[in-house]
Design a protein around this ligand. Sequence first.
Ligand SMILES: *[C@@H]1O[C@H](CO)[C@@H](O)[C@H](O)[C@H]1NC(C)=O
Ligand SMILES: *[C@@H]1O[C@H](CO)[C@@H](O)[C@H](O)[C@H]1NC(C)=O
Ligand SMILES: *[C@@H]1O[C@H](CO)[C@@H](O)[C@H](O)[C@H]1NC(C)=O
Length: 202
Amino acid sequence: MWYSASFTLLCIASVVQGLVFRGSNDQPCFNISTPETPILDAKWASSIDPIYYPVMSTVHLYRAAVDLLQKDPKDVRLSTVYYDACIKWHMYGNGTTFLKGFNGLTREYARTPLKDNPDGFTYVGVGGVQDVFAGTLHITLTDNKTFFFTVTCMKNAGMTWGVGSTTPTLTEETKKIVLDHAVSLGFNREDFTELKYDTCKN
Ligand SMILES: *[C@@H]1O[C@H](CO)[C@@H](O)[C@H](O)[C@H]1NC(C)=O
Ligand SMILES: *[C@@H]1O[C@H](CO)[C@@H](O)[C@H](O)[C@H]1NC(C)=O
Ligand SMILES: *[C@@H]1O[C@H](CO)[C@@H](O)[C@H](O)[C@H]1NC(C)=O
């Protein structure tokens, strides 16, 4: 049992090693057009607590990890992030969003709705020595039941994506829907990471 578990971990680790962050993976920001009617049921979204984060572009995860750890990017290895990040979001009606992970770390963001798009927000880190996760976020797809897809134009960087979810894992069907959607926006189908929550402590 122990043997097969560590063997599996080793295999996953070597796959993740191949996803080392490269600046060249950054996708330039593109404009998100304003939809005719809101995409997201904001009332539903604000009722999810916590919001799990099972799938995202690798650059997005890397930035979230660096921002949460408040470490120099060169000291953050994606291979450990994959096991330890355990990312959960808590979004409050007063404009505060908390990012939690790494067994007890919290990072606070101030969220401001965009004036011209009901599905858009700006995020700015509150405090901290660096703010590598700040940017403008848009919801571009949701079922208003189990998941929502976000794209973020990171300040001073490119476009990234992530999926907020009511559950720690997505169904295969939802995963296909979100990956197809990412590709339709121009993202690379291979360039994503799935977080596992099975070993998370809280
Ligand atoms: C995005 O929108 C801005 C402001 O409207 C405009 O200046 C810019 O050219 C647009 N970029 C693209 C890639 O369409
Ligand atoms: C989600 O809710 C919004 C706001 O009520 C609505 O405009 C949109 O059509 C809904 N989408 C789905 C897939 O139910
Ligand atoms: C918003 O509400 C949360 C949860 O009650 C709280 O922790 C946070 O400090 C509040 N933010 C502001 C700006 O008041």
